[in-house]
Ligand binder design. Structure first.
Ligand SMILES: NC(=O)c1ccc[n+]([C@@H]2O[C@H](COP(=O)([O-])OP(=O)(O)OC[C@H]3O[C@@H](n4cnc5c(N)ncnc54)[C@H](OP(=O)(O)O)[C@@H]3O)[C@@H](O)[C@H]2O)c1
Length: 316
């Protein structure tokens, strides 16, 4: 029996001790950068095929670079990887850009998971989603809470959920406010870079969420995979807080000047996309299922700080 046949036999049993070939898209993004080493460590015998976003279209033995909204590229990726498990992190996460380019947002956020599922119908699909599927009127949402997205981003993430959950073996993981220092473009890297330069930051004190360190989310996803969890799960940070409080805790941990942090309200920003006022998630069931609990913000920042000071080779 060849390797592909063995993989296919095992995949029909969804044996997460050895999920055959894992296809990871969005591998160069904030979560992908953290998830890849955890997958390698947890599933040593699996083949991991990573897809990065970039110009042109190149497909190698275990890596591909290209645009997954390009039908031909996506087909090449599926043919080259023959996945048993797909973890789709490819997304347009810039909420304002989604609002300004709704068709692109839909093509990326809903179209890519739909095409992946269509091209690899036998693979289990893990789709990442967001707290922005809620309108933020109540907060502390559980998976059964009724979604009511306010923005194009939230709507397209909700579409990706419905499509993924059409197959009961698939898994949707909703997260909230992911942050890290390894990648830019998130609230931690923005606040820390400015405060380090002794520049003022405006931080929302009227909007609440449950931020999670990307590495904790990666560990949680691996835990959910190992437990073979399916359906809809929340896996966000353990503490509900405002973005203003988030900035204050960063200042505490890194010794930045707190007087540089100014309270702001959503109306102070000229945003086109509406944001939920309280999109905090209750992830108790997610932690239980994954058998992994994320760090508190202060704990995560302390580890991040050690990593930032350590040689690159010691980070993962
Ligand atoms: N960031 C958060 O706060 C947050 C919160 C809740 C849920 N999530 C979800 O978590 C998942 C991972 O997001 P993240 O935080 O890692 O965000 P990210 O850093 O923006 O990663 C998304 C990745 O998708 C890639 N991508 C975008 N368009 C693509 C395309 N057409 N073809 C192939 N790849 C494409 C991006 O590449 P480029 O950067 O080169 O475009 C990037 O590497 C997403 O589903 C996101 O919606 C994120």
């Amino acid at each position: 029996m060849g390797a592909a046949a063995v993989r296919s036999k095992l995949s029909t049993r969804y044996n997460m001790k050895f999920p055959g070939t894992i296809l990871l898209t969005g591998a160069g993004g904030m979560l992908g950068v953290r998830l890849l080493p955890h997958l390698k460590k947890a599933f040593k015998k699996s083949r991991i095929f990573s897809v990065f976003h970039g110009a042109g279209s190149q497909v190698f033995e275990t890596t591909a670079v290209g645009d997954l909204t390009d039908k031909d590229f996506l087909e090449h990726v599926i043919n080259a990887s023959q996945p048993d498990l797909i973890i789709n992190l490819a997304a347009l996460t810039d909420v304002e850009r989604c609002e300004n380019e709704p068709e692109l947002a839909r093509r990326v956020n809903a179209g890519i998971p739909q095409a992946l599922a269509a091209q690899a119908p036998d693979a289990k699909l893990i789709q990442l989603s967001s707290d922005y599927v809620f309108d933020g009127k109540s907060g502390s949402y559980i998976p059964d809470s009724l979604p009511a997205p306010l923005s194009v981003y939230g709507k397209t993430k909700l579409e990706s959920e419905s499509m993924t959950l059409q197959n009961s073996r698939n898994l949707v993981v909703r997260a909230s406010g992911t942050f890290d220092w390894l990648t830019t473009g998130n609230l931690f890297s923005y606040f820390a870079a400015r405060l380090d330069e002794k520049l003022k930051v405006r931080a929302l004190s009227d909007s609440f969420y449950t931020p999670i360190w990307a590495d904790d989310l990666a560990r949680g996803i691996v835990g959910l995979l190992k437990q073979e969890t399916a359906g809809l799960i929340h896996y966000a940070g353990p503490e509900r807080m405002s973005r203003y409080y988030f900035a204050l805790v960063i200042a505490d941990e890194f010794g930045f000047d707190k007087t540089l942090i100014e309270r702001a309200n959503q109306k102070d920003f000229n945003w086109k996309a509406r944001r939920p006022a309280d999109s905090s998630l209750n992830s108790a069931e997610g932690y239980k299922q994954a058998k992994v609990t994320p760090h508190t913000l202060a704990e995560a920042l302390a580890i991040m700080r050690e990593q930032m000071e350590a040689p690159v080779s010691e980070i993962t």
